[in-house]
Design a protein around this ligand. Structure first.
Ligand SMILES: [Zn+2]
Length: 412
C-alpha cells in the first residue's frame, strides 16, 4: 500500500499544502486514511498552548514592553522571542512562570473561532504579531473566555485578563492539560530582543525534579560544611569540599532547570563557598596566633643575640611574620621564614635597626641575598623587607645563608 509521511505544512494561496515523502504513488481521486503521531502531537499541543500562556504572562510582567518577535514550538520545548529593554531580573522570570502556571491551573477551556479580521482586531488585549499579515476571516484562540464573548464586548476587560491571539495552530482542549510550566532560560539574542526557552508537561516536571535534587544536595553540602569544624585545619578535606562546590555550580549551570531556581541554587553555592572562606580565615588567624606566641618565647632566647633568623610555623602570612618580628625589640636584625608546602610558597620577612644599617646590613639586601635560593623576588625598605618564593624545599639552605650573610656584615 502507498504511504505519504507528512513532515511539514505550508499555507499557499488559501490552501494548506502538505509536504512529505510518498512511498508508492498517489493520484487524484485516491482516498487516504489520516493517522497522527499522537504522543508527539500531544507534546506539541502542550507547548503551543503553553506558548500562548507565556505570551500572556510576559505581558503581565513587562507590560507593553514585551512584543512577540517569533516563536518555535517543538515536542520537547518552546522558544519565544520578544522585545524588552534589557535582561529580566530573576524575580521577573519567576513571576512570569508563576503567572503562567496560575493561568494553566485555572484549567480554562481553550476556545477557537473564526472571526472577521476587523472585528477581531477591535478586541482590547488581543495579542497580534505586529508585522504579520493575517487572513480574513482569522482564527481567534482564547483561554477561559469564549471568543464570542470577547467579540461582543471588545472594549471590556476580559481581553486583558487572559490569553487572546490570532492563531491557526493546534491546541489543547483545556489549559490545565499543559501540566507543569517552566521557564528554562532567558537571554539576549539581539539588541532589545530577548529569547526564552520554556518547557511544559513531562519535560517541565523533569526540570522541577532535577531542581529538587540539586536543592537537596546543596542543603546537605551546606549542613556538612557548617557542622564540620575540622575543615578549618584539614587542608585536604577543605580543598575537596571546595572542589565539590565548584563542581556543583558547574553542573547547575549546565542542567535544564527552572531559571529562577538555577539562580537560587547558584546563590546557595556561593554562600557555601563563603562559609569555607570563613574557615580559611580562621585557619590563618590560628597560624598568626601561633606565630605570635612563638615570637614571644623567642624574645627571651634572643635577648643576647644581635641576629635572629627563625623559621615560624607553616602557612604564616607576611603580615603575621611582621607582627612576630615586632616582638623582637632588642634584636638588631631579625629574619623570619614560613613555608606553605601546599601552596608551594615560602615567605621571608626581615627587619633591621639603624645600627645594623650603619654597619652595612640593609633589610632589602639581606632579603635579596636569599631570594635566588628560595626562588622569589623581594622588596621593601632599608629597615624592613620581604619576599615570597616558590622553592619552600630550599628553606634550610636559606636559613643558613641568611645567618652567614648577617654575620659577615654585623657579626653574630
Ligand atoms: Zn498559536
Amino acid at each position: 500500500s502507498t504511504e505519504f509521511s507528512v513532515n511539514n505544512t505550508q499555507p499557499r494561496g488559501g490552501y494548506i499544502m502538505l509536504i512529505g515523502k510518498v512511498e508508492g504513488t498517489i493520484k487524484v481521486g485516491d482516498t487516504l486514511n489520516q493517522t497522527i503521531d499522537e504522543p508527539r502531537r500531544e507534546l506539541i499541543m502542550k507547548n503551543h498552548t503553553g506558548t500562548h500562556v507565556l505570551n500572556y504572562a510576559l505581558r503581565q510582567v513587562l507590560k507593553d514592553a514585551a512584543d512577540q518577535k517569533g516563536s518555535l514550538v517543538a515536542p520537547d520545548r518552546m522558544r519565544f522571542d520578544f522585545t524588552a529593554k534589557g535582561a529580566m531580573t530573576p524575580e521577573q522570570v519567576k513571576e512570569t512562570e508563576m503567572i503562567a502556571q496560575a493561568l494553566i491551573d485555572q484549567n480554562g477551556e481553550v476556545f477557537a473561532k473564526d472571526s472577521s479580521l476587523a472585528q477581531a482586531k477591535a478586541v482590547k488585549g488581543l495579542r497580534a504579531v505586529f508585522d504579520e499579515t493575517y487572513p480574513d476571516p482569522v482564527r481567534v484562540v482564547s483561554i477561559g473566555v469564549p471568543v464570542e464573548q470577547l467579540l461582543g464586548d471588545p472594549d471590556g476587560p476580559a481581553g486583558n485578563q487572559t490569553s487572546v491571539e490570532f492563531c491557526g495552530g493546534t491546541h489543547l482542549r483545556r489549559a490545565g492539560h499543559v501540566g507543569k510550566f517552566v521557564i528554562a532560560s532567558e537571554e539576549a539574542i539581539a539588541k532589545g530582543i530577548r529569547r526564552m526557552y520554556a518547557l511544559t508537561g513531562p519535560e517541565a516536571e523533569r526540570a522541577i525534579h532535577r531542581a529538587d535534587r540539586f536543592e537537596q544536595r546543596i542543603a546537605e553540602l551546606v549542613k556538612t560544611i557548617e557542622g564540620d569544624k575540622s575543615l578549618v585545619n584539614d587542608r585536604d578535606r577543605y580543598r575537596a569540599t571546595s572542589k565539590q562546590i565548584f563542581a556543583f555550580d558547574a553542573e547547575v549551570i549546565q542542567s535544564t532547570l527552572p531559571q529562577w531556581r538555577r539562580d537560587e541554587l547558584r546563590t546557595k553555592a556561593k554562600a557555601a563557598t563563603k562559609i569555607l572562606d570563613g574557615y580559611a580565615k580562621q585557619a590563618q588567624a590560628a597560624v598568626a596566633e601561633k606565630v605570635l606566641a612563638e615570637a614571644k618565647t623567642l624574645v627571651e632566647k634572643a635577648k643576647n643575640e644581635k641576629v635572629v633568623v627563625h623559621i615560624f610555623p607553616p602557612g604564616a602570612t607576611g603580615k603575621a611574620l611582621d607582627s612576630a618580628l615586632k616582638q623582637l625589640k632588642t634584636t638588631s636584625a631579625a629574619m623570619a621564614f614560613s613555608v606553605d608546602e601546599e601552596q608551594n610558597r615560602i615567605t621571608v620577612f626581615a627587619k633591621v635597626d639603624q645600627a645594623s644599617i650603619d654597619s652595612g646590613l640593609k633589610a632589602t639586601e639581606w632579603v635579596n641575598a636569599v631570594c635566588e635560593l628560595v626562588g622569589g623576588k623581594g622588596g621593601g625598605k632599608e629597615t624592613q623587607a620581604q619576599a615570597v618564593g616558590n622553592r619552600p624545599e630550599a628553606v634550610d639552605q636559606a636559613l643558613q645563608l641568611a645567618r652567614e650573610f648577617a654575620k659577615t656584615k654585623i657579626g653574630s
